[in-house]
Design a binder for this molecule. Structure first.
Ligand SMILES: [Zn+2]
Length: 73
């Protein structure tokens, strides 16, 4: 599994698809999720969705990305 972001070379190294998805979620949250300003409540992150920043919890961000990656099970 590779990251779908343009120019990102991240690649999952987990042996299982589920492990790879978890790594990918972690990567997305760590690398492609930003706390843009002080308006973001504690425990929430901003995720870029179709060129818009949306505020959501880390868990929501993970499940949001999981939806995109759920097809390879
Ligand atoms: Zn990436």
């Amino acid at each position: 599994m590779r990251c779908s972001h343009d120019g990102c070379r991240w690649q999952a190294i987990a042996a299982s698809a589920a492990g790879a998805r978890r790594q990918y979620a972690e990567h997305l949250v760590a690398t492609h999720t930003e706390q843009v300003d002080a308006d973001v409540p504690e425990g929430k992150v901003q995720v870029r969705v179709d060129d818009e920043w949306e505020t959501m919890t880390v868990e929501q961000a993970r499940s949001y990305h999981d939806r995109f990656e759920a097809s390879d099970d």
